[in-house]
Design a protein around this ligand. Structure first.
Ligand code: PMP
Length: 433
């Protein structure tokens, strides 16, 4: 079955379906951290639907929530009408938000994907400000629809103004550290205040508190606060994309809690749907300038996703899984740092909570101005394959696809964390041999 399915799908599906090409697995069963393939092999899944599975695969509370809706006779599809399921989801979500948004925020269901919510956020701030331009950061990832893509890192032919994101290891200013973040902030401030540059005041600025696809790059809290201050002082709505960082992943329920910033618009998807498709924006009520009917869509009321999402949010909150992710992530980071000490092909190790990254480099390559070695995408691909051979699924990311990313469920045990790191260490040793 395994070979046949892979062969038929690779004939029929576009070459753009990247995951299946780098991960030739045919999953048939899954539970928690573990996926079982059609060939009977078992894998530890550190991709977790690109961070979607906060509770891992098929968590009992998620399955139970879905079953309850199915057994209740409630309609599965009613566009975006108000339902008890939706009410329960919204109430639970608002209970997790910073006070300013919880008390006076508005929610717009966008669904089904993160990229839909990003588009809605752009449309919202354009409507509210009457302005058109957008600002986004180098290395960002916001999705694959037209505007979200234009705001993403590698996008070309884009009208979105691009700002430097603080990236310690490959600092765009060649300095790194606090100085690099300071220069990045000043660059942004200069652009905002340079009225001769021809860049008009934008409708909004969008950023990720930790860049995920861009290579697991946590933004310094101080820099995030500066972005908040710069935008607030100029009446530019700040859009924070927590599609990947949300629901406990970084060690706080929302990643914005580390810096304490409150955005004007929060973009949420992935884990909020408890493994089913769901995407929303939550925003300050002053921005709610669009007219009734201004934003519509057929699939914005996925009842099963709302039920699975409510159960996930409640379980993460009730069981302190964000704190757990913070503690476990810090311990895993320590072990990864120790690994970097014995492997000179690991140029950098970073992350926040259970969002971890290892940047692979060519140790013999020339030092770049900031002290980084050249990225080693081929080695990263070899490590990914060696991981797969050892029953570990990891994803690559980063500007050069040279960052090995770990996004395990927040529910993993200490022993599972050790097993992940043992296999990864072994895979790196094998790949450099
Ligand atoms: N924003 C961020 C930060 C993401 O990581 C992603 C997906 N990786 C998206 C937006 C887009 O979400 P989707 O793939 O559901 O469209």
């Amino acid at each position: 079955a395994h070979e046949g399915i892979l062969r038929r799908q690779s004939l029929r599906e576009s070459a753009a379906r990247t995951y299946a090409r780098s991960l030739p697995i045919v999953p048939v069963r899954a539970r928690g951290l573990t996926i079982e393939g059609a060939d009977g092999r078992r894998y530890l899944d550190c991709l977790s639907g690109a961070g979607t599975l906060a509770l891992g695969h098929n968590h009992p509370v998620v399955l139970e929530a879905i079953r309850t809706v199915l057994d209740s006779g409630a309609p599965l599809h009613v566009l975006d009408l108000a339902t008890p399921v939706k009410d329960a989801f919204t109430t639970e979500l608002f209970a997790t938000l910073p006070r300013e948004l919880a008390e006076k925020g508005r929610i717009q269901f966008c669904g089904p994907a993160g990229t839909d919510a990003v588009e809605a956020a752009f449309k919202l701030v354009r409507t509210a400000t009457g302005r058109d331009g957008l600002m986004a950061f180098s290395g960002a990832y916001h999705g694959m629809t037209a505007e979200a893509l234009a705001a993403s890192g590698g996008a070309r032919h884009t009208s979105v103004a691009r700002l430097p994101y603080p990236y310690d290891y490959r600092c765009p200013f060649g300095t790194g550290g606090e100085r690099g973040a300071e220069l990045a902030a000043r660059w942004t401030q200069n652009l905002l205040d340079d009225h001769k540059s021809g860049v008009p005041r934008p409708a909004g600025m969008i950023l990720e508190p930790v860049q995920g696809e861009g290579g697991v790059i946590p933004a310094p809290d101080g820099w995030l606060r500066q972005m908040r201050e710069l935008t607030a002082a100029r009446q530019i709505p700040l859009i924070v994309d927590e599609v990947q960082t949300g629901v406990g992943r970084t060690g706080t329920f929302w990643a914005i809690e580390h810096s304490g910033i409150v955005p004007d618009v929060l973009v949420l998807s992935k884990a909020i749907g408890g493994s089913l498709p769901l995407a929303v924006i939550v925003y300050r009520e002053e921005l709610d300038a669009w007219q009734p009917g201004a934003h519509a869509g057929t699939f914005r009321g996925n009842q099963l996703a709302m039920a699975a999402g409510r159960a996930t949010l409640a379980h993460v909150r009730a069981n302190g899984l964000a704190e757990r992710a913070g503690e476990l992530g810090a311990r895993m980071l320590d072990r990864l740092r120790a690994l970097a000490g014995t492997h000179d092909c690991i140029g950098d190790v970073r992350g926040r909570g259970l969002m971890l990254g290892l940047e692979l480099v060519d140790p013999g390559g020339d030092l770049e101005p900031g002290g980084a070695r050249p990225a080693a995408p081929h080695l990263a691909a070899a490590v990914q394959q060696a991981c797969l051979d050892r029953g570990l699924i990891v994803e690559l990311g980063g500007r050069h696809s040279a960052v090995v990313r770990l996004l395990p469920p927040l529910t993993i045990t200490d022993e599972q964390a050790d097993a992940i790191l043992d296999r990864l260490a072994d895979a790196i040793t094998a790949a450099v041999r």
